[in-house]
Ligand binder design. Sequence first.
Ligand code: GEK
Length: 259
Amino acid sequence: MKKITQNKYSAQDQSEGRDSLFQTERINRDFIFDDRVAQVFDDMLDRSVPHYQEVIHSIARIVGCLLEEGSQIVDLGCSTGTTLLQLSRILEEKKFHYLGIDNSPAMLDKAILKAELFSRQECLHFINGDITKVDQPGTSAFLLNYTLQFIRPLNREPFLRRIYESLRPGGILILSEKIISHHPGLNRRYIEIYHQFKKERGYSELEIAKKREALENVLIPCSLEENRNLLQAAGFTEVEPFFQWFNFVSFLAVKPPTS
Ligand code: GEK
């Protein structure tokens, strides 16, 4: 894994961040996390992930009360670093060490720029690497927000086991995912509700349809129960959702203190 120290974006790029990718784009390839996506990513997440900020604030409550001062928190699939940046601001007095890992250089460039803009480069570090090969023994908390859904389903259980092994006893994993329901009627309704949510945030029906098509072979969601089973199969004993909004869920999973 390669540690990143420099970025090539200016503050101006940062301010030109409205997501209009699918207003113009013809869909002839799968969705990828390239420069164009990175430029508008923060706006895309704010308008596409329901209660994104509330979930981050809930994570701050969890790590704030469960982790000791100076603990290491690793964000797997950190994208532009929003979650770590927010945690470092909300929990300044805890002096946590934050590490973000992602395999998109464009995302990491933005993450580093944001850490610099908010003077957080002392406590926030970023690595370019494949999260399925993560090797951070003794970590107190892993965050895996909206990213497991991009890992091939067959690789998910070994990946979660690897995370479990890297956690110190008593450590935690936060898992947030888009989910499906196996009740076809309910699943359809939840998707309709979600698309309504996106329309209310300024996306057109065409943009929503094009994005859905681009993500079809890339983002593969499971149900809440399937995600819970995966976490338990990886070894986590306490597994509880702490947030759900229709087809989005966030879990807290705890590794036993003695294992
Ligand atoms: C947030 N967690 O702001 N290795 C490393 N990175 C990967 C891999 C992989 N194998 N696969 C995907 N990614 C963030 C949002 S986005 C979710 C996470 C979304 C990275 C990919 O480059 C992207 O930055 C991130 O996982 C997924 O809460 O776009 O819906």
